[in-house]
Design a protein. Structure first.
Length: 372
C-alpha cells in the first residue's frame, strides 16, 4: 500500500512529476524544450535533482519527518539549499548577500528550511563539493540560526557589516566579465509583447520612453521551463536589464490544494516573505500582478557553493546561511518565542538525523527517476 501524506496516497516520483507539471501548465505557459532540459539535468546530478523537485519534497516531508513538520509555522523559504543564496544591490547601492529565491515561499514549519538546507549539505559533501564534516556543517547552520533568532536578525551588507564573507572566496563575488555580452547574444523575441508583459518590463525602468529589446532567457533549476523575458536597454552610458517571469504558486499548493493558494489580502507569499524578512531589499525586486520582476546586473547573482575556493571558511558560510534563514523566519515574529521553546525540547543531533534521512529519501527517488 502506498505511503500517505496529508491523507493522500503518495505517488511515485514519475507520477508525482507528471502530476505536478500538469498542474504547473494550468498555472502558466511552459517552454517544453526547457522542461526537457530540466529532466536531463535532474538525471545527471543528485543535487540538481534535489533543486528541481521541491514539489516531491513538499509531498514526502510531512510523512518522513512528521514530528518536525508539526512544529511552529512561519512564512518560510521552502526550497532552501546551499545554492539559494546570492548578491544584490540595495537602495543605497550597497552589496548585500542572502536568500535570493522565494518562489516556493509558503507557511510551513520552521524546521523545513533548516532540514532542507542541511540535507543539501549532506548531498554536496557526498559529491565532494564541500570539505566540511556533516556534523560540523549542521552545527554551524543551527548555531547561526539560533544566534540570529535570539538577536532579532541582521541584514548581510558585505562592504561594512560582513567583512568576514570575504573569506568565502572573494573571487566568487566579483561581477562576471561577460555578463552583458552573454545577455545581448540571446535571441530577440519575435512579435509584439502583450500589454501585461510590457507593463511589467517597464514598471521599474528609469524612463518609460526608453527603447529596449526583449529576449527570452533560460535560467534556474526549480523554475526551469517557465518563461522568462528580459528587457535590455542602453541608459546613460551603459546597459540596464529587467526580467519578468510569471509566478507559479508554491508547490505546497499542489500538495495541499487551492485552500492555501494565497493570503487573504491579495498579496502573494513571495511578496510577504521579502517584505517581512529582516533584510536590506533589492528595490527592483517586486511583484506586479502575476509577474515577478527583478533587475538583472553583474552584481545580482546566485552563488554556486561548489565553485567557491576550497580555502574558504565553509563552516562560517553555513553559519551565515543559518542566520539568513532566521532573518527570513523573523518575518513571522509572533512565532519566535514558540520556535525557541520548540528548539529547547529537541535532542542533540536532531537536525543531522533528519537531514540525513531526507537526503536518503531524495537519493532513492533519484535512483527511481533515472530508472535504476
Amino acid at each position: 500500500m502506498a505511503k500517505k501524506a496529508n491523507g493522500k496516497a503518495l505517488k511515485d516520483i514519475q507520477e508525482a512529476t507528471a502530476s505536478f507539471e500538469k498542474w504547473m501548465r494550468s498555472c502558466v505557459p511552459v517552454v517544453e524544450s526547457d522542461l526537457r532540459l530540466k529532466h536531463e539535468q535532474m538525471k545527471e546530478d543528485l543535487f540538481l535533482f534535489l533543486r528541481g523537485t521541491f514539489y516531491r519534497w513538499a509531498q514526502v516531508w510531512p510523512e518522513v519527518c512528521a514530528d518536525l513538520a508539526r512544529g511552529p509555522k512561519v512564512l518560510g523559504t521552502g526550497d532552501l539549499h546551499v545554492n539559494s543564496f546570492g548578491t544584490w544591490r540595495d537602495v543605497e547601492g550597497r552589496l548585500c548577500w542572502g536568500v535570493d529565491d522565494f518562489d516556493e515561499s509558503y507557511p510551513m514549519a520552521y524546521t523545513n528550511d533548516l532540514v532542507r538546507l542541511a540535507a543539501s549539505v549532506r548531498i554536496v559533501i557526498d559529491a565532494d563539493g564541500l570539505a566540511v564534516k556533516f556534523k560540523d556543517g549542521c552545527d554551524a547552520i543551527l548555531e547561526g540560526y539560533l544566534q540570529s533568532l535570539k538577536e532579532g536578525g541582521c541584514p548581510f551588507v558585505m562592504e561594512e557589516n560582513e567583512p568576514k564573507l570575504g573569506k568565502l572566496g572573494v573571487e566568487s563575488f566579483k561581477p562576471p566579465k561577460d555578463f552583458w555580452e552573454k545577455l545581448n547574444h540571446l535571441p530577440a523575441m519575435r512579435g509584439r509583447t502583450g500589454p501585461e508583459l510590457k507593463r511589467a518590463l517597464e514598471k521599474t525602468l528609469p524612463d518609460s520612453r526608453l527603447e529596449y529589446k526583449v529576449v527570452r532567457r533560460q535560467a534556474g533549476m526549480g523554475s526551469l521551463g517557465q518563461e522568462r523575458f528580459v528587457a535590455i536597454a542602453q541608459w546613460k552610458g551603459g546597459f540596464i536589464a529587467r526580467e519578468a517571469k510569471q509566478s507559479v504558486p508554491s508547490s505546497c499548493v499542489w500538495v495541499n490544494g487551492t485552500a492555501g493558494r494565497a493570503p487573504s489580502d491579495g498579496q502573494s507569499y513571495y511578496q510577504r516573505t521579502i517584505g517581512w524578512a529582516v533584510r536590506s531589499r533589492d528595490p527592483f525586486q517586486l511583484m506586479d500582478g502575476k509577474w515577478l520582476i527583478r533587475r538583472l546586473s553583474p552584481d545580482s547573482n546566485p552563488i554556486d557553493i561548489q565553485t567557491l575556493p576550497k580555502i574558504g571558511d565553509e563552516e562560517m558560510l553555513l553559519h551565515a546561511m543559518g542566520a539568513e534563514a532566521a532573518n527570513v523566519h523573523l518575518g513571522s515574529r509572533r512565532q519566535v518565542r514558540n520556535i525557541l521553546v520548540d528548539l529547547g525540547k529537541k535532542k542533540a543531533g536532531w537536525l543531522r538525523d533528519a537531514a540525513a534521512e531526507m537526503a536518503k529519501v531524495v537519493e532513492k527517488d533519484w535512483d527511481r527517476y533515472r530508472g535504476n
